[in-house]
Each structure stands twice: as C-alpha cells, then as structure tokens.
Design a protein. Sequence first.
Length: 358
Amino acid sequence: MTVGPSPFRVLAIETSCDETAAAVVDDGCTVISSVVSSQVDLHARYGGVVPELASRAHVELIVPIVTEALEAAGLDRRGRPLTAGAAVPEGPAVRAVAATIGPGLVGSLLVGTSVAKSLAMAWGVPFVGVNHLEGHLYACLLEKPDLELPVVVLLVSGGHTMLIEMEGPGSYRVLGRTRDDATGEAFDKVARYLDLGYPGGPAIDRVAGEGDPRAVSFPRAWLDGSLDFSFSGLKTAVVNHVRAHPDVSTPDVAASFQEAVVDVLVSKAFRAAEDVGARGVCLAGGVAANSLLRARAQRAGKDAGLPVYLPSRAMCTDNAAMIGAAGYFSLMRHGPSGWGTGVDAGMGFEAAADRLAG
C-alpha cells in the first residue's frame, strides 16, 4: 500500500480580544479541530470588553482550550498522535504553531503568543505570527477552497471595516476602509444607547426583525468617488432622532439604522468588485453574521451575476482556524517569524505578510 505524504499540520491560537480559541489545520485548508470559548457573559454586565478581565480569562482558559483542540485532532499535549503503534513518529505531528500577534488587546495577545512560542520552542517547530485581519480573509477559503480568485472581501467587525481585493494568499490590496467608527463599533454604540444590551450587533439584528426599516430615513455617508466608509454621522443621527422623538418605536429605529448600514456596505462592496473585475464577493468578520447583510449581499450577487461567499456564523466570529490557514500560507511564503517577534495592538493590515517574516 502506498502512503501519501503527511499533511503539514498547524496548531493555531487566537486571543486577540475576548475569545480564547485554538485549532488544528492541515495544509492551510482543512480544519481538523476548532475550539472557541467566548467571554461574552463575562463582559456583558459592563456593556463592552474589559481588557484586564479578558487577559485574566485567557490565562485561565488557554491551556484547557489548546489541550481540547489537540485531543479533538487526535493528538496529545506534546502534539503527537494519541494512537500507539510502530508507525507513530517520535516527534510531534504538529509542524508549526501560529498565533495572532495583532491587532487586538495587548494583554490578550501576549497570552496567546507566549503559549504559542513556548509550544513551538518545546516541540522544535517554527512559530508564525499572524495578523488578525489577514486571518479573517481565510474564513471563506476554508469552507470554499475552490472559489475563484480574485475576490473582493468585505471585512466588517467590531474594530475594522475594510474592502480588500484578494488575488491569492499573501496578495492583497486595500480598496477602502472606515474613516471613523467600524461597523461593529457603530452597532455596539447604537445598541447601548437604545438599551438593547451587549453585544450590540446580534441585539440590533434581533430587534430589527420586529421593526420597519423604512420608518426613519437615516442618512448614508456615500463619500462620492471613494470606497471608504463613515458611520459616525449615522450614529449621531440615531441619537438625535431618539432625543427629538422619545416615543419612537425602538424596533423601528433599530431596523432603520441597520438598513442604512447594510445599504452602504453592500453597495460599496459590489462597486469595488466591478471596479477591479473580481470574480466574487466574500463577507468576513463578526458583522458578517448579520442576517440582513447576508441576505442583501446574496440578492446583490444575483443581480450582478457574481457569486457571493458567506462564511458560516462560526467562521464569522474570532476563531483560530482562520489563523491556522493564514499562518500556513505565511510560513510557505515568508518562512517562520523570529522568536523576538512581539505583539502589536495597533497593527495595520499592511503588516499582514512581509513584516512578520524574520
């Protein structure tokens, strides 16, 4: 019997914010295991993520989560196969360890990066530092590895809103970005003002289903001639409208606000796809789980004759599988990151590849 080459197996760790996650990914495209522990309940009482609490929770959770991901992939704590036998190699089956090094909360990033470096050093395998934003680009690729490139990725999360042309692994071009609030940040602030709870995105999505999206004509910041975004004015318009009309229906406000956000996001994503001749549009990031955004993007794709790739909701939120994919392709292109590679809480997307080699 002929035995094919063993897969290039990467253990990945993600602790950029308030999810403690670990995953095992083969060849940058096959998820063997993925474990995510959310801290939403911990931070909900404060209406947002408390950095110190997030860091402490990561410290408590990181070893059990990594162990669970390894065991789910059939590996022990040393990264070796659990099945005993003569064919089992002496060294670890894991051939690299990847971790998010930025952007994110500095204390949270340090927890995951420290554990990843320790494991890589103990196992004698490369360490790869991954840009969190680059990781999100691989959410659709992990679930649809045969999608045709180039694509335009609409990356919408709590901290970022960007349009990125992705020609291939490591080959990206930023087409547009937010000039002020990120989409998820705007959702959180409006939800907090409307007393809908935290996290704001799911809360508004849920309440908006009971409202009329045409009830209030909120402004859209089109920024003519640009693919950039701006949501601070819309957020202020919501506050001003509620103050002027204290008896207004909260579901109507939520639905009208959500409609204004999605209208701009989808319109600009497909304008970008037309401008660069993309073969499809992908959604990525936590806000990509929004039901209206997903439905409206699919409708726009049909109208434009372009495929739309929607990651599963598990792949929208922060997870380590996407970090494992990005880490694999970064390692193949640029080699391992230096042991002295530090975390960078404010790391920009432009640092997604070259800066991490060393």
